[in-house]
Ligand binder design. Structure first.
Ligand SMILES: C[S@@+](CC[C@H](N)C(=O)[O-])C[C@H]1O[C@@H](n2cnc3c(N)ncnc32)[C@H](O)[C@@H]1O
Length: 246
């Protein structure tokens, strides 16, 4: 008997609002499916459950899955930094219902707190960390730094809105570009993957160059966002997309 496939995960997440494209879901799926019983996944920023459903469908039995999101209404998504408690409550209800509908409620432990107040809600290290919460520089940096430190050696950290959001990209530049312990392993659009492993000398410089090589794509995304904000749809299209890039 074969286990669930990526197609099953995409079907389970169909109709769930969010900013996770199918190719990004594929990367989440592959990393989660490769885990072993006893491993742990932590997701920071769950919104209405789209990525949590993919992770929970992919992860083998015995993998613990923790989803951290205060559902407070702020930092919800693109251009939604300040929100209302009512919006947060609506997100929470949708999250619970979407997980139930996808049949994964029992697999996911939701911690309804901001990430920086939830460090003590997870015991032990993390095999797969998915960071997709507040995209402003301060909180993004804190998540990468403090939750990143919880990732086990050879573990994986996936970061959404990398090389797309200014705050997230600056936090990556500050903490990971020249890091001696995080190898950049590629991206699916704005979903960047890092593996925790020691880097020295030439390998560390190569790792920096691989990340710097993403900056033209970052500039393109900023151009598209600026054009869309100014309602210059044709300019945005000429730059590569008439929708908000992620
Ligand atoms: C971009 S959405 C996450 C999307 C989700 N990963 C998906 O695939 O649909 C950002 C989420 O981060 C949450 N958030 C904001 N600040 C947070 C914090 N300090 N800690 C954890 N989550 C936070 C918001 O409530 C929101 O639901």
């Amino acid at each position: 008997m074969t286990g669930p496939t990526l197609a099953d995960a995409l079907t389970a997440a169909e109709g769930v609002e969010g900013w996770l494209s199918d190719d990004q879901a594929g990367r989440l799926w592959e990393r989660a499916a490769a885990l072993r019983p006893g491993d742990r996944i932590v997701e920071i920023g769950s919104y209405r459950g789209r990525s949590a459903i993919v992770l929970a469908t992919a992860a083998p039995e015995g993998v613990e899955i923790v989803a951290i999101d205060p559902h407070a209404g702020n930092d919800r998504g693109p251009r939604e930094i300040r929100g209302s408690g009512a919006a947060g409550e609506a997100d929470h209800r949708a999250f619970v219902e979407n997980l139930r509908r996808a049949g994964v409620s029992e697999r996911v432990r939701h911690v309804r707190r901001p990430s920086q107040d939830a460090l003590d809600a997870v015991e032990g290290d993390v095999a797969l960390l998915y960071v997709d919460a507040a995209h402003r520089y301060g909180p993004a940096r804190a998540d990468l730094e403090r939750w990143g430190a919880r990732v086990a050696p050879a573990g994986t950290m996936l970061v959404h809105d990398a090389f797309s959001s200014v705050g997230v990209t600056l936090a990556l530049a500050r903490l990971l570009f020249r890091s001696p312990e995080w190898r950049y392993a590629g991206r699916s659009r704005s979903l960047a993957e890092y593996r925790r492993e020691p880097l020295r000398g030439r390998e560390r410089r190569r790792n920096l160059v691989r990340q710097l090589a993403q900056l033209p794509w970052f500039a393109r995304n900023l151009g598209i966002k600026a054009a869309l904000t100014m309602r210059l749809r044709r300019v945005a299209r000429a730059l590569g997309s008439s929708t908000w890039p992620y």
